[in-house]
Structure formats: structure tokens, C-alpha cells
Design a binder for this molecule. Sequence first.
Ligand code: UDX
Length: 436
Amino acid sequence: MRISVIGCGYLGAVHAAAMASIGHEVVGVDVDVKKIDMLSRGEAPFFEPGLQEILTEGIASGRLSFTSDLAAASGAQVHFIGVGTPQQKEGSAADLTYVDAAIDGLRPFLRAGDVVAGKSTVPVGTAARLAERIAPTGATLVWNPEFLREGWAVQDTVDPDRLVAGIPAGAAGERAASILRAVYHPAVAKDTPFIVTDYATAELVKVAANAFLATKISFINAMAEIAEVTGADVTQLADAIGHDVRIGRRFLGAGIGFGGGCLPKDIRAFAARAEELGRGESVSFLREVDAINLRRRERAVQLTVDALGGSVFTKRITVLGAAFKPHSDDVRDSPALDVAVRLHGLGASVTITDPAAIPNARRLHPHLNYVTDRDDALRDADAVLLVTEWDEYRRELSPEHAATLTTGRVAIDGRNGWDAAAWRAAGWAYYGMGRP
Ligand code: UDX
């Protein structure tokens, strides 16, 4: 099938390459000429495991191409919209500028019978509005939210745990749903749940999923706050409640909280949209979820200050991690980087290391000190903070080895990723999040 993908960021670039990898003929379109040049050369513009391979393969096969000219979308049967919906500069609602621009730009190239599949995360009600805008072309809009996790994006795109299609009532909608089934043929052949619904439900599925995940993380972080004043251990608490299959252990990792390009802005946009709909109180708990989450960053900073005797001024602090999570170079709303910036603001001499995210972190905070090599970064530190649980820092760094490099023996575990007993046995003062 001939497919266009409008927007080649974390979502669109992976989607385009993944669609080519399952046999489609795909053109990716983006206004960012630099990004398009990289992708056209077969270079992944960001770190995402598996992306490089399918890009190279897709371009070599001739099935995958990239351009900044929207006219190239002409002739495709399915057009995916994968542009960003960031938080507005003023306020917490989603900025739909790029979605609107993509639809308007695409409109002249749409033919009757084409399918436009929206993948961007949008406020409920957007699809119905966009459907009206493309109605004169005879194309059909479906809303096909994306649930991919960074770090697992290729796998999540090719082999998702469910597919959702919000379609309009009537024959055109049914036809569009069957075209989408053909697009995702390998997943459909595996009997992956394929939920066909209306626009509003499809849009809400996405924000509800992210709201639930964010709530789960903030729930356990709230328990960490209680553990901190009672001497309880939140990691054992999470293990114990996680054995209940109704609860489950995943996403009960207490620490410095969630960040990234999705969860924070999506829960804020959801709350803003609910306000507009006159149902603000229905999701008012999301404000609390957000507040708990942000408090954890401050808590990690305070823990460090306390551990270093009341001040971090001129103390050498090594921060292990900058990405918002491992297996990603994404630093958007990264709690790890935020903690580093706050410590720097308190006068600490902060050194940041990360296996993938240093270039992005440096672009955002050029005044901070970055060291690529982990051991070089650790050298002479007074304190060490684990803030992104890369294997290099969590599993592969032994407390004994770390102790040969640092001056101080203060370990702050912002992700509860280290074995507290092992670090203490090696002579470290170990501080976890919500752990005694
Ligand atoms: C998320 C959703 O998981 C995905 O379905 C959606 O499509 C986009 O948003 P992503 O942003 O890639 O994906 O990251 P995710 O794995 O959900 O992690 C989000 C943040 O939560 C990270 O900062 C992570 O470190 C943090 N987290 C996760 C915790 O603090 N504790 C946990 O137990 C799990």
C-alpha cells in the first residue's frame, strides 16, 4: 500500500520506517529540512533501538523515502498524521498548530477514498472538527492513536498490544477501518485486539491510558512520601501490592517521577480540555498527580542537600543520567535533567553523564558540565545520583568500583535501582526514594 506519514519526529519517523518494514511504500514528510536530509541518508535523527536498522533497510529497498514537500503525499492511499501536540506556551492545553497545518497542507493532495489517519495525541473533539475540514475532498478521517513507548517504539509499532480506530458512522468509516486493518496486516494476522469505535472514544483512549499510567506512578510516589515519614520501604510495599494481579507491579517504580514528551503534557492537556467541557472536577485528581510528580524532583534535591550536611555549595556531584528514561535520548521534561539543573542552581559543581542524551541535554542547558565516559564523570565526586536507570549505571556499576573513583561515599538513588544493602556494605551512605 502507498502510505504518507506527515511529521517525522519520535512518532512519525518510527511509524514511517516501521510501515516500510512490513512491506508498504512509504513517504515521510516534515518541514524540518535538516531532519529530512538525515532520514534520507538513512540516519536516525534520534536514538531509538532498532530504528537505524529498519531505516537503512527501508531506504535500500526503495520503499522508504523522506521529503519536505507535502506534494509527495499525493497518490498515497493512507496518510498518517504524526505531528507534535506540545503544551501551549501559555497555559496547559495542547497546541494544535501543527495538526491544523498538516491537515491544511495535505488537503490539496487528498483524493476521494483516501484515508487520513490521525495518530497525534489530541484533545477530545479534535477529530470531528478535522473531519469537517477534509470532508470536501471525499477523503475519510480515522483516529488511530499511538501507544508507543520510547525505547520500544519500533517493537510497539510493528507489534502493538492493541489497535484503536475511531471512525465516522456509515460505509466510508467501515471502509476506512478495513483499509487500516490491511495496513497493520502482521498485527491483525496475530489477532491483536482491534477496537473500532467513534472519534471521541478513540481520542479519549489515548489520554485515558496516559492519565492512568501517570496516576499509577504518582500513587506509588505518594506512598513514598508516606514511607519517608514512617520509616517504611516503598519498594517492598510496591512488591507486596504488585502481587495482586488487579494492581500489578509494573509502573509502580517510585523515584523522581515521570517526564518525557507525553505523560506530563498529556495529563495537563486532558485536565484543560475537561475544564472546557465543564467537567473539570472529573479529572481534578490529575492536578494532584502532577503536583506529586513534581514534588519528587524537589525531594531528590533535598535528600542530596541533607546527605551532604545541609548544603551542596561547591560540592562535586555526579548525576548519572539526563534522558527522561533509559533507552532514549529524549530530554523533554526530563526529571533527571531537572534535578541536575536545580543542584547547579544551588551552587553545586554538577557533572552529568548519559550514554545517549548528552547532545540534547547540552542544547537545552549549555552551561552545565557534561562528561561522556561514566568513570571519568564519577572521578572525585562528593556524591553520586542515579536519576536515569540505564544498565550502565544501575546493573553494571558496582559500588566497589564506584568507590575507587569518587572522593565521597554518598549515593542518592533517585530511581530505587540500586541494591541498598550492597552499596552500604561497600561503605556508601545510601539514600533511596521512599526507603529508610
Ligand atoms: C508513555 C506511554 O507509556 C506510552 O504508551 C505513550 O504512547 C507515550 O507516553 P513514554 O513517554 O515513552 O511513553 O515513557 P514511559 O515508559 O511511559 O515512562 C514515562 C516516565 O515515567 C519516565 O520518565 C519513567 O522514568 C517514569 N516511570 C515509569 C516512573 O517513574 N516509574 C515507573 O514505574 C514507570
